[in-house]
Write a protein that binds this ligand. Structure first.
Ligand SMILES: CC(C)(COP(=O)(O)OP(=O)(O)OC[C@H]1O[C@@H](n2cnc3c(N)ncnc32)[C@H](O)[C@@H]1OP(=O)(O)O)[C@@H](O)C(=O)NCCC(=O)NCCS
Length: 188
């Protein structure tokens, strides 16, 4: 299997997998539900909105996502950035998610779009690249909401994080605990 991972840039936005390319779940929660009910009429509008959000994040934060290619085809995607750019966080019971001023980056999405390619180590590989990137850039911590008992969740199941050395920071909602990884304490 030949896989590569590339940072999102202005030039490869078209490679972001379907659904992620128009997903405003984390960034515009007040609009998200309504927009789902109005698909496909609003699809192009949502793609444009998501692009704007990404371009702004790239400008202010730098690289905020990665695309994973398998045999040159985009099959995976991850998105991350300053927690305050993902207001949906406020709707989760497990808290708190830290702040960018303290070096905390929020991992909003980890996704292998092609289901036939799951459980082959690609998700782990994508996560590894994120960790290496954020560590190199001097951030201190990654936090995310994983799901207990299911991989159907924006950033996947608890197990993938426990396996890589994350720990549970808060499990007020045991189904969606906050997972935390200390970038400075772990080797990459
Ligand atoms: C989370 C996800 C990216 C994992 O990708 P993957 O390539 O299948 O994962 P890997 O093969 O790298 O698995 C690594 C480890 O994660 C854990 N894991 C992965 N899938 C799991 C599952 N379904 N149940 C329990 N543990 C799981 C295991 O510990 C696994 O290690 P193992 O294979 O040695 O047991 C994938 O399940 C996914 O895309 N889920 C949907 C996420 C989603 O919907 N995102 C939002 C899109 S809008």
């Amino acid at each position: 299997m030949e896989t590569t991972t590339r940072d999102i840039t202005k030039l490869n936005l078209n490679d972001i997998p379907e659904t992620c390319n128009r997903c405003i779940y984390w960034s515009f929660p007040e609009e998200f539900e309504k927009s789902q009910a109005e698909l496909p009429r609003r699809k192009q509008e949502l793609i444009a909105k998501k692009r704007q959000w990404i371009l702004q994040a790239l400008k202010k934060f730098g690289s905020c996502g990665k695309i994973l290619y398998h045999n040159n085809l985009p099959v995976g995607y991850a998105e991350y950035g300053p927690p305050n750019r993902f207001p949906q966080i406020r709707e989760y019971k497990s808290q708190p998610i830290g702040e960018i001023e303290d070096g905390v980056v929020f991992l909003a999405c980890l996704y292998i779009a092609d289901q036939t390619l799951r459980r082959k180590g690609l998700g782990e590989e994508l996560l590894e690249r994120i960790i290496a990137d954020l560590k190199r850039r001097g951030f201190k911590t990654i936090e995310t909401y994983a799901r207990t008992g299911s991989s159907e969740n924006p950033s996947g199941p608890v197990e993938i994080y426990l396996k890589r050395g994350f720990h549970i920071k808060d499990e007020t909602d045991p189904e969606f605990p906050v997972m935390r990884f200390d970038l400075q304490a772990h080797s990459t």
